[in-house]
Design a binder for this molecule. Structure first.
Ligand code: CP
Length: 307
C-alpha cells in the first residue's frame, strides 16, 4: 500500500511496490489522456533548494498532466529560507497548502528531516551526493522498457561515482534484482564510496569490479551509465578541472560496444558524451528523460492514493 508514504531512499519501497509504479507508468505512457483528471483536486509543492531542469519540470509537468496544480520555488532565496527559516518549519507550513511535496536540497538527509515534519508525503528529488530515488525509478523504467528485464544485466557506471547520487541510488536498486553485475569505471579520486561497496555490494555478494579504462570493458556491457563530474560537490576547482574530461564517449568508443548495449545518462551532460553519439540508436538518454515524467505521474498517483 503506497498511499500516504514518502519516498526518501531508493530502498523505501518493496520490489512489488516498485513494480506497481513501473507498471502504472507504462500504462500511462501508452494512454496518457486517460489520466488527465486523476489529480484534479491535488496540489504539488516543489521545494527546490538546488538547480534542476528535468526533475522539477518533470514533476510539475506530471502533476499538470494529471489535472492537478503546482506551487513552489526553484530558488530558495525567493522563499523565507532566505530569512533563516528552518526546513522543519517550511515543510510544516507548505504541507498545509499542498497534498504532496517534492524537495531537492544540497544537504544530505534534508528530505528525510522534512518527511518527519510533513503532514503529506515528501519525495526526495535529490539530496546532496546521497540519493536521487525518482531518478532511480526513471532509470528502472527505462531499463525495463528497453531491455525487458531488471535482472541478468552487466551495467557499467562511468565517471563521478563518488558524488553521483544517481549512481548510488541505482546501484542500491539494481542490487535487489538477481544476477546483476557492476563494472565501476572511474578515476581513483572519484571511486564509489566505501559504504556502498561494503553495505550493498559485498554484503549481498554482488559481483563488481573497479577499472579506470572504459575502452577495455565496453564490449562486455548491456548498459553504459555515463555521469557528469559533479562540479558543485568539489571543494577545490583545480581537482575539478583536472578530472572533468576524464571520460568522453564518442563514435569511436561506441564502435567497440555491443549492438545491444544502451547508453543512459541522468543528464545534464557537459562533455562526457559527444553530440555525435546522440544519433546512435543505442543512445537512450533523452528517452530516459521522458520516462521520468511518466514514472513521476505514476508515483504521485500512488502516493496520493488516487489509483
Ligand atoms: N537528472 C536530474 O536530476 O536532472 P536535473 O538536475 O536537471 O533535475
Amino acid at each position: 500500500m503506497l498511499k500516504g508514504k514518502s519516498l526518501i531512499d531508493p530502498m523505501d519501497f518493496t520490489l512489488n511496490e516498485i513494480k506497481e509504479i513501473l507498471d502504472l507508468a507504462n500504462i500511462i505512457e501508452k494512454n496518457p489522456k486517460k489520466f488527465t483528471n486523476l489529480c484534479a483536486d491535488k496540489i504539488l509543492a516543489t521545494l527546490f533548494y538546488e538547480p534542476s531542469t528535468r526533475t522539477r519540470f518533470s514533476f510539475e509537468s506530471a502533476m499538470l498532466r494529471l489535472g492537478g496544480k503546482v506551487i513552489g520555488f526553484s530558488e530558495p532565496n525567493s522563499s523565507s529560507a532566505k530569512k533563516g527559516e528552518s526546513i522543519a518549519d517550511t515543510v510544516r507550513v507548505v504541507s498545509c497548502y499542498s497534498d504532496i511535496i517534492a524537495m531537492r536540497h544540497p544537504k544530505e538527509g534534508a528530505p528525510m528531516v522534512a518527511a518527519g515534519y510533513s503532514e503529506v508525503p515528501v519525495i526526495n528529488a535529490g539530496d546532496g551526493g546521497h540519493n536521487h530515488p525518482t531518478q532511480t525509478l526513471t532509470d528502472l523504467l527505462t531499463i525495463r522498457s528497453i531491455k525487458g528485464d531488471l535482472s541478468n544485466l552487466t551495467i557499467g557506471f562511468c565517471g563521478d561515482l563518488k558524488f553521483g547520487r544517481t549512481v548510488h541510488s541505482l546501484i542500491k536498486a539494481l542490487s535487489r534484482y538477481t544476477n546483476n553485475k557492476f563494472i565501476l569505471i572511474s578515476p581513483k579520486e572519484l571511486m564509489l564510496p566505501q559504504y556502498i561497496k561494503s553495505e550493498i555490494l559485498e554484503k549481498n555478494h554482488i559481483q563488481f569490479i573497479e577499472v579506470e579504462n572504459v575502452e577495455e570493458i565496453i564490449k562486455k556491457l548491456d548498459i553504459l551509465y555515463m555521469t557528469r563530474v559533479q562540479k558543485e560537490r568539489f571543494f577545490n576547482e583545480e581537482d575539478y578541472i583536472r578530472l572533468k574530461d576524464t571520460y568522453i564517449l564518442n563514435e569511436e568508443k561506441m564502435s567497440k560496444a555491443p549492438k545491444g548495449m544502451i547508453v543512459l545518462h541522468p543528464l545534464p551532460r557537459v562533455k562526457e558524451i559527444s553530440y555525435e553519439v546522440d544519433k546512435d540508436y543505442r543512445a537512450c538518454y533523452f528517452k530516459q528523460a521522458k520516462y521520468g515524467m511518466y514514472v513521476r505521474m505514476a508515483l504521485m498517483a500512488k502516493l496520493l492514493g488516487v489509483i
